[in-house]
Ligand binder design. Structure first.
Ligand SMILES: *[C@@H]1O[C@H](CO)[C@@H](O)[C@H](O)[C@H]1NC(C)=O
Length: 305
């Protein structure tokens, strides 16, 4: 038993040595899958793992799209010469940057390297995403009435890959299952999402609604709150009345304090006027007239107030 196991072990060891020799790798290369955002710089990180103390000199690096024959980009480190797609830049010996990333850059690539220790090839992918813009909520009806029909629409554009729209009302009830989502792709490849939430009998107390945009990984990318025109009927009136009451209370407070301020100013002025009127040298009837005038003036103002 033990002997058999030992023989198997020896065989395995020999086999792995042979395989190792066969592939004969003094070095290997690896590229991480690259993830880019439309319009931004995408890092393509590739590295050499060396099993030899000898230095590996790179003669040439060639990037090719899988399925295409012609090289997309080449780099000769000795001559420091790059050719092909000008959006590629070499960042260190073996890694790249792709600037102004496009949706069309998405795909599989071959990375070929030629060195003093031989050539190697590996593959990597570039995937591209685009962030959705701010969603906009609108309604088919110009004004929404309580118990009336309501069709709410949430639209968002400019995202990639296709995402989702979820709906919540004022109390955070999830209405997503009642909505229909349309995904359309523009000429630029970016997605427009449009979600419709239709009610035959709308309860205006549900408003405002929230529309939440999720990207393809179900991460929230934006949200918007409805600002619907709701016309007066039972439920809304309550809300409207409330705000009217609140507004009038606020107005009364503001106007009241203005009046009090005005009164203080008037009183102060009156005293000031009285004090500043030179009374010496006035005849008694002149003084009376003056006092009358001051009194009349102030009483006039009192009446206005
Ligand atoms: C809302 O409903 C949708 C559809 O059923 C679901 O995918 C989503 O997870 C729900 N969201 C929350 C926050 O419950």
């Amino acid at each position: 038993m033990a002997a058999a196991a030992f023989r198997l072990f020896v065989l395995l060891a020999m086999w792995s040595v042979c395989v190792g020799k066969e592939t004969g790798s003094l070095f290997s290369i690896r590229c991480q899958p690259a993830v880019g955002v439309v319009g931004e710089v995408t890092d393509i990180s590739c590295s050499i793992q060396s099993n030899t103390p000898d230095t590996i000199s790179i003669y040439l690096i060639v990037l090719t799209r899988v399925g295409e024959k012609e090289a997309l980009f080449t780099f000769d480190p000795y001559e420091k010469r790059m050719s092909g797609e000008p959006r590629f830049q070499v960042t260190d010996k073996t890694s790249f940057q792709l600037s102004n990333t496009r949706l069309s850059d998405e795909g599989e690539y071959k990375y070929h390297i030629r060195t003093n220790q031989g050539g190697k090839e590996t593959k990597f992918t570039i995937s591209v995403t685009a962030k959705y813009r701010e969603p906009v909520i609108s309604s088919k009806q110009e004004k929404i009435e309580n118990d009336g029909a309501a069709d709410l629409l949430c639209q968002v554009s400019g995202g990639y890959p296709a995402g989702n729209i979820h709906w919540f009302d004022q109390s955070n009830t999830n209405w997503t299952n009642s909505a229909t989502l349309q995904k359309t792709q523009g000429d630029d490849g970016l997605y427009n999402l449009s979600s419709t939430l239709s009610y035959r009998r709308f309860d205006t107390s549900w408003a405002p609604f929230k529309c939440v945009v999720l990207n393809s990984k179900y991460e929230e990318e934006g949200r918007s709150t409805s600002n619907l025109k709701i016309s007066g009927s039972v439920n809304t009136q309550e809300g409207a009345n409330n705000s009217v009451v609140k507004n009038s209370v606020a107005a009364v407070v503001v106007i009241g304090s203005l009046i009090v301020g005005l009164l203080i100013v008037i009183l102060f002025k009156r005293k000031h006027v009285r004090r500043s009127i030179p009374r010496e040298g006035l005849k008694p009837e002149e003084e009376n007239a003056l006092n009358d005038a001051v009194y009349r003036n102030s009483s006039d103002q009192d009446i206005t107030v």
